[in-house]
Design a protein around this ligand. Structure first.
Ligand SMILES: Cc1cc2nc3c(=O)[nH]c(=O)nc-3n(C[C@H](O)[C@H](O)[C@H](O)COP(=O)(O)OP(=O)(O)OC[C@H]3O[C@@H](n4cnc5c(N)ncnc54)[C@H](O)[C@@H]3O)c2cc1C
Length: 591
């Protein structure tokens, strides 16, 4: 693949300057330094999700040791971090990798068409100065998964009768004054459980906040700070400490998710036990926190240091599980007949799913109909040449997957360079059975499932939910296989022979240091996992290891990190990996 250097003709055009786009830029810089690329960002600022959402208390659900990039240690003491810190981290990544000058802000992509004869994408963008056209060999869509323009709000009867203020968290008014007001938050997702403690604390605290939900969500407490991570950093330094914490968290996340799926009843019971302990005596846990579905059929919400439970305990907030009959001038009337008074109603009713930034695409003049395509290795679409997309995990930190996708993407580019290919197209077996690309039952996914690409039934075509599987497939596995079809519009006679035809295929090695994680399908118990969690040797710990706050660490679902901290004065044994069923899930899924 010859490099393109003409202005506005690039090797790679990245769309979106969020976690995915900035990450892709950094991987290109490091692994393919000769490639020309630019990042088109529709908004006036970078950061994507972390710049768009401005509601009080906005924070991650994931720990930043896995939500951060593999190549850049997360240095803050908070493992579950505020949006502003995440935004700072992302922008620092862009600056450190000289990406700032490559980001074209206010460039909203409105169309992309592929021409096989030229082996080029033509990409149209709207800018304040008018339309601009870019041409690029590859498009990397780091456009996230939801519609930026509008969140999802169902039709509420009587909405227009309400005399107070209605707000959607995706469009939080900067000047919204809720001090001393009565607030109802409709919804029970990550945003609702974040908003409630945030809106009831500080000088601008609301008088009272009610979380009104139709169906409960699994909610579990996790510590904001990870004491083990801090100890590892002190002991092994920034880089190594980060790597070790990351490995620990990947392992724990992997196991807790798998075991929750395998032992749903036990997981439910453990979550319930922790909630009963955290909430006021006699609290109706079964009505408000015991969902009708199994753990991880839908998201599991994390509340740092149990802040939501503490707020409910304080009486500043409550949870109501009921159905809305109608909005009224003063609030909401429920199916049960109860009336909730409100000055402000927050509709935390979700996102509108939208892949590829809603960009219409054509291949040689034919429109790409996403439901007719199948996702290959989580990165490409069948039948669509030279298009990479970046969709992270829904059952673990998004960025873990984005990093692996970017690694594979850059390996593919280098492979194509080696053999002078300029086009690659993934072709699915037409007889392969397919199903929706996401199996997740969350409402926002189900609402749009018919507009999404599909997944198949073979490894390369399946939506992977496991980091270990993806390390095998994307980092350590062969770049090519029988599903990839390489061609060259302008063959380079000096290029190497086609490796797929060679007796001994030449492989392009992975660049990144492989992270080994135990294969969860082969180990029965995390305590016997083949790849133990690395811990500092307690005899060599330079500084005392901080022991988690005993008030939050007593219960596994509220423990600072679901791994016990060794007492440096006594510990000789390695860090205990929590019992499979006793661990709250520390991972995040998109709202
Ligand atoms: C409130 C909230 C909290 C979350 N917390 C977590 C968490 O703790 N852990 C986790 O793993 N995940 C979380 N998620 C999911 C989260 O969105 C992802 O983890 C991550 O931020 C996505 O990064 P991204 O770069 O892929 O997409 P985004 O952050 O959505 O960025 C996409 C970028 O593409 C740009 N773009 C889109 N379309 C176009 C176009 N047509 N032209 C030009 N530019 C375009 C957008 O403007 C945006 O800047 C959360 C999501 C939300 C909404």
């Amino acid at each position: 693949m010859t490099s393109i250097t003409t202005a506005d003709q690039l090797d790679v055009l990245i769309i979106g300057a969020g976690i995915s786009g900035i990450g892709a830029g950094r991987y290109l810089r490091t692994h393919c330094p000769d490639k020309t690329f630019a990042i088109l960002e529709g908004r006036e600022a970078s950061g994507g999700t972390w710049d768009l959402f401005r509601y009080p208390g906005i924070r991650s659900d994931s720990d930043l040791h896995t939500f951060g990039y593999e190549f850049k240690p997360w240095r803050d003491k908070d493992a579950i971090a505020d949006g502003s810190k995440i935004l700072g981290y992302l922008r620092e990544t862009a600056t450190e990798n000289d990406l700032d000058e490559l980001i074209r802000f206010n460039h909203r992509v409105i169309g992309a068409s592929w021409d096989s004869a030229e082996a080029l994408w033509t990409v149209e963008a709207e800018t304040p100065e008018g339309a601009r056209t870019f041409r690029a060999r590859w498009v990397f869509a780091g456009t996230g998964y939801y519609n930026y323009d509008e969140g999802y709000t169902p039709v509420f009867p009587g909405r227009d009768d309400f005399e107070g203020t209605i707000v959607h968290p995706q469009h939080w008014p900067e000047d919204l004054d809720y001090a001393g007001k009565k607030v109802v938050v409709i919804g029970s997702g990550a945003t609702a459980v974040t908003l409630i403690p945030a809106m009831t604390s500080g000088p601008s605290a609301a008088a009272h906040v009610t979380m009104l939900q139709r169906t409960p969500t699994f909610v579990t407490a996790l510590p904001r700070e990870d004491k083990i991570a801090q100890a590892l950093r002190r002991t092994f330094g920034e880089e190594r400490g980060y790597r070790l914490t990351r490995r620990k968290n990947i392992t724990v996340q992997h196991w807790t998710w798998r075991l929750a799926r395998r032992f749903p009843d036990q997981t439910r019971a453990l979550l319930r036990k922790a909630q009963v302990k955290a909430l006021p005596e006699g609290y109706d846990v079964d009505t408000h926190f015991n969902p009708p579905y199994n753990p991880w059929d839908q998201r599991l919400c994390v509340v740092p240091d149990g802040d939501l439970f503490k707020t409910i305990r304080s009486g500043k907030a409550d949870v109501v599980t009921d159905r809305i009959e109608t909005f009224t001038p003063n609030g909401i009337r429920l199916a049960s007949g109860q009336e909730l008074e409100a000055d402000i109603i927050v509709t935390e009713t979700g996102l509108n799913l939208r892949l590829f930034g809603g960009i219409p695409m054509t291949v040689d003049g034919a429109p790409v109909h996403f439901p007719d395509t199948v996702v290959y290795r989580g990165l490409m679409l069948s039948g669509v040449p030279n298009l990479a997309l970046s969709i992270g995990y829904t059952n673990a930190s998004w960025t873990l997957k984005v990093g692996l996708l970017c690694e594979y993407f850059t390996r593919l580019l280098r492979y194509m360079d080696t053999y002078a290919y300029d086009t690659v197209r993934a072709e699915a077996d037409p007889a392969m059975p397919t199903r929706p690309v996401l199996d997740f039952a969350a409402g926002y996914i189900q609402r749009s499932i018919d507009e999404m690409p599909r997944q198949g039934d073979r490894e390369q075509w399946q939506t992977s939910t496991g980091f270990a599987d993806d390390v095998r497939l994307l980092r350590n596995g062969s770049v090519y296989d029988e599903y990839l079809h390489f061609t060259s519009a302008a063959a380079d006679p000096t290029a190497a022979a086609d490796p797929t035809a060679a007796a001994e295929p030449v492989e392009v090695p992975a660049v990144a240091e492989p992270v080994e994680v135990p294969d969860p399908t082969t180990a029965a118990n995390p305590t016997t996992a083949t790849e133990p969690v690395e811990v500092p040797d307690p005899t060599t710990v330079a500084e005392p290891v901080e022991v988690p706050d005993p008030t939050t660490a007593a219960d596994p679902t509220t423990a600072a990190e679901p791994v016990e901290v060794p007492d440096p004065t006594t510990a000789a044994a390695p860090v205990e990996v929590p019992e499979p069923t006793a661990v709250a899930e520390p991972v995040e899924v998109p709202a």
